[in-house]
Design a protein around this ligand. Structure first.
Ligand SMILES: [Zn+2]
Length: 505
């Protein structure tokens, strides 16, 4: 008997399959466009032409109309994507300043931890099953010292890799392309990421003016000016702007925010800021085109699951903030999510899903067992044309401060958001205080009319409180099994990335 025939018999006996019928192992590519709110894209209702590539991709994909990130910041959101654990469980936080930098309450120790090495990440699961793994990303908060490299044979966040593209450097996917070409004959898991939509919004021509041609005010403040203002230096001259007035405004705002000195009372300035963000979104759409083009080669396209998503949205004063600080309203959490699976019919899915659900979903689609202990739920049914259960609900959270309770680090100040297909329930616990908010998203999609004190909503409120209490209990149990591990030193490139993104002065 030949070895080949022998293996076919063993395979058939052991696994109920034959060699010829074994499904090909699909490649998986996850593309993260950082800081991209869903409604900035045509596929989610934007009227400006910001996203021709995404929209064309979406027409051939399964699109999730109600996908929510589990955190409004880069590191906790991506770590949830990679671990299918909630942010208060994996405890990986952004590196930053002020409120953006969670601390352990005793001794003001910064939360600067790496993922517990025994947590099995999405990349580790695919690598252990025989997939080649690589990440080409924009660095910054996605750094190896926090454990984002776990499971990746190649983990490339170097400034010269072409992916960051946030501080004026051109986007270039060539290095990622070289990796794809070198591994096209093997199953691979590839993570691609760019910071293009992230502040500061300084899109290149023609996108700096394309979405607000008539504006004649002082924005955009160029990158060199922003840096000098934040460093307290005189800086270069700024034609058309009263630089001293801007510096005075800047002095009254949280310094890590790029746009703290834009006058929130001046709707025209805010409108232009949003137009510049649209320019960045358009540039990220071009970057998406170049990333998708890497997968066009014969033998790759028809064997590749492609996921396009963002890690969180961006605020334009809908709830009083710019950028994406620790708030959990929809503009900061409603993210694009579109998935193209070979042979799957395009569809739109209304049921709420979370990025936390992607890990088990990708395992199921690739035919891998779903690891024990994941907190997300697979939505693979939706990619096979089956309806998702209507009671799906998603939770998001922001930890503002941590406390050490006898060796287990727990969230001290915590905001949770619980979303059903109808309601948003927000509960903020800070010190001894508890603040609740309840929004009817069917009537109030912008989440502005708080109904928590409305007696007629008491039953809804009680039901949501009970769900959050059960969720908190489940998170506490899971958290108790995961150690806190100190992070290593940040390398110089990572510190530079963080400075350009506004997290380090
Ligand atoms: Zn981000």
């Amino acid at each position: 008997m030949s070895r080949r025939l022998g293996w076919a018999i063993v395979c058939a006996l052991a696994f109920g399959c034959s060699e010829s019928s074994a499904p090909p192992r699909l490649n998986v590519v996850v593309i993260s466009l950082d800081t991209l709110r869903a409604d900035a894209l045509g596929a989610f209702g934007a009227t400006a032409p910001t996203s021709p590539t995404f929209d064309a991709f979406a027409r051939g994909a399964v699109v999730f109309d109600n996908a929510f990130a589990q955190a409004p910041m880069t590191a906790p959101s991506h770590m949830t994507l990679f671990t299918s654990l909630y942010p208060s469980v994996h405890r990986i936080t952004n590196f930053g300043l002020g409120e953006n930098r969670p601390k352990v309450s005793a001794g003001e120790v910064p939360a600067n931890w790496r993922l517990d090495p025994k947590v099995v990440t999405l990349a580790e699961t695919f690598h252990a099953a025989g997939w080649r793994t690589a990440a080409f990303h924009g660095g910054g908060n996605l750094n190896a010292s926090a454990g984002f490299d776990d499971g990746f044979e190649t983990f490339d966040g170097r400034p010269q890799n072409g992916m960051n593209a946030n501080a004026g450097q051109p986007f270039d996917a060539a290095r990622a392309g070289e990796w794809v070409n070198a591994h096209a004959g093997e199953p691979f898991f590839l993570f691609l990421h760019t910071y293009l939509p992230h502040a500061p919004y300084i899109p290149a021509a023609p996108w700096d003016r394309a979405f607000d041609k008539d504006y004649a005010g002082p924005i955009p403040y160029r990158d060199a000016f922003l840096r000098s203002v934040r460093a307290g230096e005189a800086g270069p001259p700024l034609p058309g702007a009263d630089a001293s007035a801007l510096r005075q405004k800047m002095a009254n705002h949280t310094p890590w925010q790029f746009w703290g000195f834009v006058d929130p009372e001046n709707a025209r300035e805010v409108e232009h800021l949003r137009a510049l963000y649209s320019g960045d979104v358009r540039m990220s759409d071009d970057a998406l085109a170049r990333m998708l083009a890497l997968l066009d080669s014969p033998g790759v396209a028809e064997h590749t699951i492609v996921v396009v998503l963002s890690d969180h949205g961006e605020g334009f004063l809908e709830h009083g903030v710019f950028e994406h600080p620790g708030k959990l309203y929809s503009e900061l959490l409603h993210v694009p999510l579109a998935i193209r699976v070979p042979k799957a019919a395009p569809a739109r899915v209304a049921a709420p899903v979370g990025l936390i659900d992607l890990y088990p979903t990708l395992c199921e689609l690739a035919g891998l067992p779903i690891p024990v202990g994941l907190q997300g739920r697979s939505f693979a049914d939706a990619l096979r044309g089956a309806p998702l259960e209507s009671e799906r609900e998603v939770e998001s959270e922001f930890v503002g401060r941590w406390r050490d309770t006898g060796g287990v680090v727990e969230p001290a100040d915590l905001v949770r958001a619980w979303r059903t297909d109808h309601w948003t329930y927000l509960v903020t616990r800070k010190g001894e205080g508890v603040v609740e908010e309840l929004y009817d998203r069917e009537r109030d999609p912008g989440e502005h009319a708080n109904l928590a004190a409305d007696p007629e909503r008491r039953a809804v409120l009680d039901e949501l409180r009970a769900k959050v209490a059960a969720h908190e209990s489940a998170c506490a149990s899971r958290r108790a099994t995961i150690r806190i591990v100190p992070a290593g030193e940040l390398d110089a490139n990572t510190v530079d990335d963080l400075r350009a993104l506004g997290y380090v002065r």
